[in-house]
Design a protein around this ligand. Structure first.
Ligand code: GAR
Length: 195
């Protein structure tokens, strides 16, 4: 199965996916990394792994749909069957979501529906809650929303700082995302075999 991973920043989740594939844990190929930020370290990771990249800033596009259409062309060229959002800090247009419905997944650093948005770890840390976590879900038209695939709790201990909590969350993410992708790929190939 051809996968595209969408990134905007550091790309530690991209790395975890690349590593899980190279260990033979997921029967798929990252055929494209899509990035809206030329300075993202994720691009260095992609290049090191020999993965093609499509880098384009969304600035200069009139509408979200125009930008997403450019991306769709690239996905079609490579016959992409799963879009994996890994720290892609942009909402996708309704048209794109419709085209790839049930084929776009996202990871978010909280137990959704709690703490949506870009500062989920900090928001949970400052809330006084004793638990937060990680969610992998299918993407719909709303931000950080859609059917949940996997969730894992992370305790917020009294002696945690924002940094230690971030570390714990990222560690869980790097296990949970490859696991969710593996489930998706398996289910897809089961469906094909049943046909
Ligand atoms: C991850 O913590 C991911 O859960 C979060 O961005 C980070 C990207 O890190 N995504 C969101 O907050 C989506 N709303 P990475 O670039 O090192 O993979």
């Amino acid at each position: 199965m051809n996968i595209a991973v969408f990134v905007s920043g550091n790309g530690t989740n991209l790395q975890a996916i690349i590593d899980a594939i190279s260990r033979g844990e997921i029967n798929a190929k990252v055929s494209l990394v899509v990035c809206n930020n030329e300075a993202a370290y994720a691009l260095t990771r992609a290049k090191k792994a020999g993965i093609e990249t499509f880098v384009k800033s969304h600035k200069g596009f009139k509408t979200r749909a125009d930008y997403d259409r450019e991306i769709t062309k690239e996905l079609k060229k490579r016959n992409i069957e799963l879009v994996v959002l890994a720290g892609f800090m942009r909402l996708l247009s309704p048209n794109f979501v419709k085209k790839y419905r049930n084929k776009i997944i996202n990871i978010h650093p909280s137990l959704l529906p709690a703490f949506k948005g870009t500062h989920a770890i900090k928001d949970a840390f400052e809330s006084g809650e004793k638990t937060t976590g990680v969610t992998v879900h299918f993407v719909d038209e709303e931000l950080d929303h859609g059917p949940i695939i996997l969730q894992e709790k992370v305790n917020i201990e009294k002696n945690d700082t924002l940094e230690t909590l971030e570390e714990k969350i990222h560690k869980v993410e790097h296990k949970l995302y490859p696991k969710a992708i593996k489930l998706f790929v398996r289910r897809q190939s089961d469906n094909v075999n049943e046909d």
